[in-house]
Design a protein around this ligand. Structure first.
Ligand code: NAD
Length: 353
């Protein structure tokens, strides 16, 4: 008979433990370390099993499953996107995820991913900008100042050296909260009265608004030569942020074309419109920014490998940390085929009490 091995136990990172892990690491260090994992996985892009995420749409939102595997580990994230949620005190985006050992199929990590998604999205944006943004960019416009916003700002500070932020949100209170949260962290911040004002003098423009419609957060006249646009909020069919004319003037970089053509800003373009895959730039196969006047656009939708990188990073962090619980997740009878016997033994135990 096999020796009992606690195979039932899976490390579980709750929201509280994730916050403690991030704070113990330092938010900017966490973003930088996570960015290394994200870049590493983009560099070995061809070793991943890839497909567009599985999306279940409803009138007010979407629920998505995002699986991928590198043949040794398998990961998936459950994530929702419901822009109306903030009106009832809920998050627009919540998530959790699992990492598993391909060899046995056993999960090796279950974790909250609402905070982790904000971190991985911001780290991915900053990684893309390292290759695409104008050299020495110091000013970023940040339009849409909700849950993702501070994470985006800190990733661009930590990875690119952004020092000045120009905030705009249709809800001024959101911008003021974002400014309050970030001011003590070494960023100079201006709260702006319009998106037009926010983009003035900005070398990088990040849009992270939430609205389930084809919105026009940026119009063509707002985009001067040489700017890098980090478009985060357009990530579903019928949910975009940029006027189509901007796309026609930009060099467009995407994560995984079969998914981005469904969900990204480029859903507004012909299905064969030329785009560059980010992994080809990160791996050195293709050049990102070629010249100062070029408008670059990272049409971010969020891809499964980025969550896989985040899961892999958190799992490695847990090796030297106690920010997790031991979750009794997997039924594990001593004799593997005696699952029913385990139930009977439990019943005997309960009856004996
Ligand atoms: N690309 C990715 O990988 C990725 C990952 C996570 C979230 N997202 C998307 O990013 C967006 C932001 O997410 P969040 O969690 O911060 O949402 P949130 O609801 O917390 O914040 C969105 C903010 O946008 C503001 N807003 C809405 N319409 C606006 C407009 N026209 N102009 C200016 N501001 C406007 C809202 O007032 C709100 O403060 C969502 O659309 C979400 O789906 C993308």
């Amino acid at each position: 008979m096999p020796v009992p091995q606690n195979l039932n136990i899976v490390p579980f990172v709750s929201v509280e433990n994730m916050m403690d892990l991030v704070l113990a690491t330092g938010v900017e260090t966490f973003l930088k370390e996570l960015a290394v994992y994200i870049e590493e996985d983009f560099r070995r892009w061809e070793s991943f099993d890839k497909r567009p995420r599985v999306a279940s749409h409803s009138p007010d939102g979407v629920i998505e499953l995002m699986p991928t595997s590198d043949g040794r580990l398998y990961g998936f994230k459950y994530v929702n996107g419901h822009p109306k949620n903030t009106r009832t005190g809920r998050q627009t985006v919540t998530a959790f995820g699992v990492l598993s050992d391909v060899d046995s199929g056993y999960p090796v990590l279950l974790t909250e991913m609402t905070i982790l998604t904000a971190l991985r999205t911001a780290a991915t944006s900053a990684v893309a900008a390292k290759y695409l943004a104008p050299r020495n960019a110091r000013t970023m416009a940040l339009i849409g100042n909700g849950a993702q916003s501070e994470f985006q700002a800190l990733a661009f500070k930590a990875l690119l050296g952004v020092e000045q932020l120009r905030l705009y949100d249709i809800d001024r209170a959101a911008s003021e909260r974002c400014a309050r949260n970030l001011s003590p962290l070494g960023l100079q911040i201006a709260v702006c009265a319009s998106a037009e004002e926010a983009v003035e003098g900005a070398e990088i423009i990040t849009t992270a608004t939430a609205d389930k419609q084809n919105a026009t957060i940026l119009t063509d006249n707002m985009i001067g030569p040489g700017v890098h646009i980090n478009a985060v909020g357009g990530d579903c069919p019928g949910k975009t942020e940029l006027h189509r004319d901007i796309l026609l003037r930009s060099d467009i970089f995407v994560e995984y074309p079969p998914q981005t053509r469904i969900e990204g800003e480029i859903q507004q373009l012909a299905p064969d419109h030329a785009v560059t895959e980010l992994w080809q730039v990160i791996s050195g196969e293709l050049i990102g920014r070629r010249e100062a006047q070029q408008i670059t656009l990272f049409d971010s939708v969020g891809f499964a490998t980025e969550d896989f990188s985040a899961l892999r990073y958190v799992r490695d962090k847990l090796a030297a940390s106690d920010h997790f619980e031991k979750l009794d997740l997997l039924a594990d009878p001593d004799e593997p085929r005696d699952l029913f016997g385990m139930l009977l033994r439990r019943q005997a135990l309960i009856s004996a009490v």
